[in-house]
Design a protein around this ligand. Structure first.
Ligand code: B1M
Length: 210
């Protein structure tokens, strides 16, 4: 088994303590952080999702796999995020109300930061009023993530709350997350959609002209 495959398997098995030295070893061997991220970590979470769908994994297994993924991400973060760049704009990001999935959202936040945006991460289960409150402090982009078909409608509710507060023209709205589609983004009145964290940077730059 290659080192990347070992990292992937360690995340699937939820062994947070084992994954950390393996990621450090991979970096020491000169494997690119992006390769570790995509082929090791993200690929592992896809497999965890498949095991959950097939009834082999339950919520506790998903949770410990997520912990292992986060432990590994903490090592990669400084390498994926450039330091000391002049901010391209301010982004307010969060996972919408009712949704506790934070890994994808945190990756998007990390990549945007890496590209030079100033990022305010509101966390998970973010109520529409919290997005509005933070937008009132000034932002160029409101970025929303949803991983559940049941919480996707809260993106629309948040956009409606932003409109009701008279702030719709202050910032562009970017949405994403596994169940979200470009058609859904258009339907709810978002300005942009991105399927993954690196596209989120591209779309954010396009939307803000940076
Ligand atoms: Co949950 N879960 N989960 N879960 N979970 C999914 C999402 C699911 C697809 C699993 C499955 O059935 N195959 C399924 C959703 C089904 C659906 O709605 N269609 C599901 C379910 C059902 C649930 C519960 C309801 C289970 C239950 O309790 N019965 C429950 C809900 C809790 C809640 O939120 N209220 C639940 C709970 C959990 C845990 C807490 C145990 C844990 C999350 C821990 C954590 O985040 N701290 C968890 C996990 C780990 C998953 C899976 C396995 C992995 C998610 C993940 O981290 N992926 C997931 C299955 C899967 O995704 N294959 C699953 C890795 C991450 C890098 O990818 O988040 O997709 P992702 O982000 C990507 C893109 O989507 C995109 O870029 C990211 C990076 O490339 N992206 C954006 C994301 N946000 C973006 C925003 C953007 C742009 C791009 O712009 C702003």
């Amino acid at each position: 088994m290659s080192l990347i495959e070992e990292i992937r398997q360690t995340v699937i098995d939820g062994q947070a303590k084992l994954v950390v030295p393996k990621v450090e070893q991979a970096l020491a061997e000169g494997i690119a952080p992006e390769t570790i991220l995509h082929d090791g970590l993200i690929s592992a979470m896809q497999e965890v999702g498949r095991l959950f769908e097939e009834g082999e994994y339950f919520v506790p297994e998903m949770l410990i796999a997520a912990r292992a993924m986060k432990a590994a991400l903490a090592i990669l973060q400084p390498l994926l995020v450039d330091q000391g760049v002049e901010p391209l704009g301010r982004v307010v990001i969060g996972t919408v109300k009712g949704d506790l999935h934070d890994i994808g959202k945190s990756l998007v936040a990390m990549m945007l930061e890496g590209a030079g945006f100033q990022v305010v991460d509101l966390g998970v289960d973010v109520a529409p009023e919290r997005f509005v409150e933070e937008l009132q402090r000034g932002a160029d982009i409101v970025a929303m993530s949803a991983l559940l078909t049941t919480t996707m409608p809260n993106m629309r509710t948040t956009i409606e709350a932003i409109e009701a507060a008279g702030l719709r023209n202050q910032a562009v709205i970017l949405v994403g997350g596994a169940p979200v589609t470009p058609a859904y983004a258009t339907e709810i009145g978002a300005d942009g959609y991105a399927p993954d964290a690196s596209s989120a940077v591209r779309v954010a730059r396009q939307l803000t002209g940076k």
